[in-house]
Design a protein around this ligand. Structure first.
Ligand code: ADP
Length: 867
């Protein structure tokens, strides 16, 4: 490799190609992405290059080859930079912090985010969750965008990168916000170990927990409540031992959730388990969920490096013997690399580990310390023996455990092994009101509910139990009906919520449509079957039901469809999930964006997808990039096209035939607004069809046709469609061959266009003639904000034309001219034009023909030139 570093010319790169592929592909995706960070920061890679290289799910070797091809095309300079980036990435991952500062008030925040990207990613890495929350709170990103970034497949640094990527394309101040905010973030503290495998595992755990704990699993699955938005402080008291001689007991001390591990009043100093006791519905699971979220987002409990959540309900279904190692890795989170090292670290640092066990009362085995004493973390034993030995400290001594339970299941024997016991008391008076206000933000509703509660003391009393307040909140319409009496007992409250469910499940034309005895009577057989099943489950400690058990209770498909039973999270991967009462995970598919990239989706899968998706009530963005959908698959998707708001089909082997079929259908699908067809086999043959789509669909927003085979004649046809369109905002042509003539046709059509904000003609063989036409377009156009012309054949002549266009333009903010053949002369003319244009924020000029002195001089003249 050393030889390669030294002879870093194009030829040497080619000669050492297989070794380089090996080197690049031998590490992790994380390592590869950090190389991309450096290359982006030095502008070796254009944004389009980067997009083509930051594809998730592809084999790393394939990405490595693509990277080599890309830098090879940039000449010897590009090759040298690649080698330098590999070096930086290798040394960078050992350095605790990059000594890099940037101007937090830079006039080019997006550009600076890019040029300091490696350092910014490192700084952002451990704070990304908090920064995402803040960015959403301040309105820089939508909830949907936030969820996209938080997809569980991404690690923390990948999330950080995706956030930066978003800032590059969003011109709403996000970039400036990030640049300022990241500067203020604390410098990451080096972990007490330098083990990359452990760091990676920690990051994966955080990502997983953050995804799992973000949304509150509501009983009816009707809402996707963000825990952050509705979580309300629950009264938590330390249980002190009664009957102990000494001064009279004071009233129990209350504590905040953050003090969970820092309480005094320990029952047993040597024990590691904190027990949280509360009635059903008092909020035990929600409390643990909050603990997980606070840890995963780095806001509290930082003393723990690893947190492993378990549900006793799920654990008791594990029939096979298991060890601590299998419990942690196979039933919670699998370490992708260095399994043994990670496990050894956990064993060596148990005080940095937290395990949570929810619902001990649902574990059918009663606690005993008389079972087999099991001390080996790698030898298997029964699940109950494993749990009991963990609680006693025979296994993972000093690892902290939190156990939640209803009071009945707590025995004196268990108390022997507790460090502290806490009582979860439910909502305080203020808590009830605060919760209702969080759930009902529309004016007046919460006020009316609160007034009603204050006037009905029986119901108010019940509301200290959070689950009842939730029911009140859910049934607010029924409760606020004039003349409708309020329930006075828990049973009354449960009956009301049952009716609420029945109303939701009944078809619109079914009678009766209001709560009351008639509604319950109509569904009596189903309710009796379900009630019998619930009672039997409680009696036998069975909370998850197989189809045989359902049959025995005479619960049929119709009864299930009422929504009281939902699919359990299956513990055995691959097996059909059994049903459980609707406490957990959620009913129905409530997604705004369905991402199935690199999943081997072919025509058969498309048919199945369409079959399911067409029943969706809300429109969905369907992302099927990098599959093998093909023309046949496209046809299979047609039945669900009218529930799609966006369809992403990058890299799917689709030809004109498929697209023509798609468009024919899309003409009548009003919800479909975005189509991404990057990297397929499209030619001019589909242009008529796509032009028709543009002309007919006056709410269409984004069309991305990059990396296909569209030439000038295709562009001319498409231009006709553009002329008739008044809604398109994004048009991508990167990597086609429209040439001067095509650019001319598009430019002419866009002169009067009313909505287009972003146009990419990167890498399209455009020279002076095309530039001249685009310049004329700039003179007339009043909406375009970003024009990407990198990697064309623009020379000074073309730039002079563009400069002229800029003098009369007042909408363009970013003009990208990197990697063309512009000299100092051309730049000089641009500078003159910029003197009279204050809309332009950035002109990208990297990779043109300036000497180092010229670059220096130009950058001093106008900071908007990015050189
Ligand atoms: P438990 O585990 O004690 O049976 P849960 O945690 O499942 O109780 O709580 C029942 C319901 O009450 C939850 O689904 C949620 O809607 C509501 N809830 C409980 N605790 C809170 C809280 N702290 N803030 C907001 N809602 C809560």
């Amino acid at each position: 490799m050393t030889a390669c570093y030294e002879m870093c010319t194009q030829e040497a790169l080619q000669a050492q190609r297989s070794q380089l592929v090996g080197l690049l592909a031998s590490g992790s995706l994380e390592g590869f992405e950090s190389i991309l960070d450096w290359l982006l920061s030095w502008e070796v890679l254009s944004w389009e290059d980067y997009e083509g290289l930051s594809l998730l799910g592809q084999p790393l070797s394939q990405l490595a080859r693509r990277l080599l091809d890309t830098v090879w095309k940039k000449g010897a300079w590009g090759c040298e930079q690649l080698i330098a980036a590999v070096r930086e990435a290798q040394t960078g991952c050992q350095a605790p912090e990059l000594s890099c500062r940037w101007d937090p008030h830079s006039p080019h925040p997006a550009h600076d985010l890019q040029s300091h990207r490696p350092a910014i990613v490192r700084r952002l890495y451990s704070h990304v969750e908090g920064v995402l929350d803040l960015a959403q709170e301040r309105g820089f990103i939508s909830r949907y965008e936030c969820d996209e970034i938080r997809l569980p497949v991404f690690t923390s640094s990948q999330r950080a990168r995706r956030l930066l990527d978003l800032a590059t394309v969003k011109a709403n101040g996000l970039a400036a916000f990030l640049l300022r905010h990241v500067q203020e973030l604390p410098v990451p503290v080096a972990l007490p170990f330098g083990d990359a495998a452990c760091e990676k595992y920690m990051s994966k755990l955080r990502t997983t927990l953050s995804a799992q704990s973000r949304f509150l699993s509501t009983y009816d699955g009707a809402d996707n409540l963000c825990l952050e938005e509705v979580y309300t402080e629950n009264v938590l008291e330390i249980r002190t031992e009664l009957g102990v001689a000494g001064p009279p007991p004071k009233s129990p001390a209350t504590l905040g959730l953050e003090e969970l591990f820092s309480t005094c009043g320990h029952l047993n100093e040597d024990a590691d388990t904190v027990l949280v006791v509360g009635e059903a519905g008092s909020g035990k699971s929600t409390l643990l969920q909050r603990v997980h979220l606070l840890w995963a987002t780095g806001r509290h409990f930082r003393e723990f490096l690893f947190v492993f959540p378990f549900s006793c309900r799920q654990l008791q279904r594990v029939a096979k013997p298991l060890s601590v190692q299998t419990l942690l890795f196979e039933h919670c989170c699998w370490p992708d690399v260095g399994r043994q090292d990670v496990f050894q670290f956990l064993l060596d640092h148990p005080n940095r580990v937290l395990l949570t066990f929810d619902g001990f009362d649902e574990f059918r085995f009663r606690f005993t310390d008389r079972g087999e004493r099991h001390c080996s973390p790698t030898d298997p034993t029964s699940v109950q023996n494993l749990l009991f030995n963990l609680l006693q400290g025979n296994l993972l001594k000093n690892a902290r455990k939190v156990l939640t339970s209803r009071p009945d299941a707590v025995s004196a024997l268990l108390r022997k092994y507790l460090r502290v016991e806490l009582n979860l008391k439910g909502f305080s008076e203020e808590g009830i009101e605060l919760y209702l206000r969080k759930c009902h933000r529309q004016p007046g509703v919460a006020d009316r509910l609160i007034r009603m509660l204050r006037a009905t003391s029986a119901l108010h009393g019940l509301c200290h139990l959070p689950v009842i307040t939730w029911m009140v909140s859910k049934c607010h319409q029924e409760l606020l009906l004039p003349g409708g009496g309020s329930p006075r007992t828990t049973t009354g409250m449960y009956l009301l919520i049952v009716q609420h469910f029945l109303l939701r499940a009944s078809p619109p034309d079914a009678a009766p449509r209001s709560p009351g005895p008639g509604l319950l009577r109509g569904r009596l057989p189903a309710l009796l079957h379900l009630g019998w099943l619930a009672l039997w489950g409680l009696g036998t400690c069975c909370y998850v039901f197989s189809s045989r058990q359902l049959q025995a209770a005479h619960v049929d498909g119709d009864d299930v469809s009422l929504g009281f039973l939902v699919r359990a999270k299956s513990v055995a991967p691959g097996s059909v999930a059994p049903l459980e009462f609707l406490h957990i995970a959620v009913r129905g598919l409530k997604v705004g964006h369905l991402k199935l990239t690199f999943c081997g989706v072919g025509p058969a899968e498309c048919a199945a997808l369409a079959f399911v998706l067409r029943h969706l009530r809300r429109p969905v963005a369907l992302q099927l990039d990098h599959n093998s959908v093909g023309d046949v698959g496209v046809e299979q998707l047609l039945p669900c096209l009218d529930v799609c708001k966006a369809l992403y089909l990058r890299d799917n082997n689709i030809s004109d035939r498929g697209i023509c079929k798609l468009v024919e259908h899309a003409l009548h699908c009003e919800q479909l607004q975005k189509l991404a067809l990057f990297n397929n086999k499209l030619t001019d043959g589909c242009a008529h069809s796509v032009a028709r789509l543009l002309a007919c669909r006056q709410n269409f927003l984004a069309l991305r046709l990059g990396n296909n085979h569209i030439t000038a004649s295709g562009a001319q046809v498409l231009a006709e469609g553009l002329r008739a369109n008044a809604s398109l905002q994004f048009l991508g042509f990167w990597g086609n061959k429209v040439g001067d003539e095509g650019a001319q046709a598009l430019a002419e059509a866009l002169g009067d266009h009313q909505s287009l904000k972003w146009l990419s003609l990167v890498g399209n063989n455009i020279g002076s003639v095309g530039a001249q036409a685009l310049a004329l377009m700039l003179e007339k156009n009043v909406t375009l904000e970003e024009l990407c012309l990198e990697e064309n054949h623009l020379q000074d002549e073309g730039v002079c034309s563009l400069a002229k266009g800029l003098q009369r333009n007042s909408s363009l903010k970013v003009l990208k001219l990197s990697n063309n053949h512009i000299t100092y002369l051309g730049a000089e003319v641009l500078l003159q034009a910029l003197e009279r244009n204050d809309t332009i924020l950035e002109v990208w000029l990297r990779g043109n023909t300036f000497s180092p002195e010229e670059t220096e001089r130009l950058s001093q003249r106008d900071t908007r030139l990015l050189l």
